[in-house]
Design a protein around this ligand. Structure first.
Ligand code: GDP
Length: 299
């Protein structure tokens, strides 16, 4: 929570400043509402949400004076309202053994790190976890996943760089089944430079997993880097098409985050947001909480 508020400080202080400047000793009129809407769009909340929020603020208050704190309170409550439906925890169906989680997202978003953090959470719940190093394009990604596996006590199936990722995913499923693993986390490549290649590889991985178990993957989690701002919107569309996203994880909310984008994502896609990343350490993955997040945005 502290890291989240710290990371979001840039967003929250500029929003807070705008609200204070706009509403101190001024009437709520068309001009102030327009300026407020601009500030909300600037904070990455999206045009649709910005309009909805300004509407809520102006309802019954038009042409009256309104205190900045009151505006902030309504703002926080509207943001929370948008986020609440997507604040859905990730639940594992224990009848699926292994419960297969496919991790997708562009390079650098934090997939491998999030896999390590998730594996640690599951291990703490007493579950056995297996990892598959499906980002076979980058030697560093394979090595990094092995390090995470060792750290959290999860076996890692890895092949040499350039190996077929779908084949590896299939073998990982077989091994996880044979070992009686509770959860299998599959890493994937995220080369945005080659969208067609990325899409066809993900499609192939999903196809191969389904051949093994037609109810799998049981979760397909898209990892998004909060610092990319509006770019996150097109990433969701791309990965929805390629692999069918069931939930989101937003990382790097501890940094110079532009976390307002999560509000725009919630309004546009309504996909569950399971976790947020607030640091590079193994424990720095928090369940997503709509109220905390709304408070962090508004400051
Ligand atoms: P991948 O290419 O998607 O697998 O991304 P990585 O897991 O390799 O992460 C890329 C970089 O982002 C690494 O330096 C991670 O330590 C860092 N990272 C991942 N998640 C977070 C987070 O929540 N906060 C911060 N500050 N850094 C993160």
């Amino acid at each position: 929570w502290q890291r989240l508020t710290h990371g979001m400080r840039r967003t929250s202080s500029s929003l807070s400043e705008s609200v204070t400047n706009l509403f101190t000793k001024r009437k709520l009129d068309a001009a102030t509402l327009e300026d407020l809407e601009d500030a909300l769009v600037q904070a990455d909340l999206g045009v649709q949400t910005a309009m909805q929020i300004t509407k809520a603020i102006s309802a019954g208050r038009y042409d009256k004076e309104i205190a900045p704190d009151e505006v902030k309170a309504i703002l926080a409550s509207e943001v929370e309202k948008t986020l609440a439906p997507v604040a859905v925890p990730l639940t594992l169906d224990r009848s699926k053994k292994p419960f297969v989680i496919l991790m997708i997202g562009v390079n650098g978003a934090g997939k491998t790190t999030t896999i390590g953090k998730l594996a640690q959470k599951f291990r703490h719940q007493g579950l056995t976890v297996m990892l598959a190093a499906g980002d076979t394009f980058r030697a560093a990604a394979i090595e990094q996943l092995k390090v995470w596996g060792e750290r959290v006590g999860a076996p890692v199936l890895a092949r040499e760089q350039g190996a077929d990722a779908a084949g590896l995913a299939f073998d990982a499923l077989q091994q996880a089944k044979a070992n009686g693993s509770d959860v299998l986390l599959i890493d994937t490549a995220g080369r945005l430079q080659n969208k067609a290649g990325l899409m066809s590889e993900l499609e192939k991985i999903v196809r191969v997993i389904k051949k093994f178990d037609d109810t799998a993957p049981h979760a397909t989690l898209l990892v998004l880097d909060a610092t990319v701002g509006q770019n996150a919107m097109s990433q969701v569309e791309l990965f929805q098409k390629a692999a069918g996203v069931t939930g989101l994880v937003m990382t790097k909310l501890d940094g110079t985050a532009r976390g307002g984008i999560l509000v725009a994502l919630a309004a546009k896609f309504g996909l569950p947001v399971h976790f947020i990343g607030v640091g590079e350490g193994v424990e720095d993955l928090e369940p997503f909480d709509a109220r905390d997040f709304a408070r962090a945005i508004v400051g």
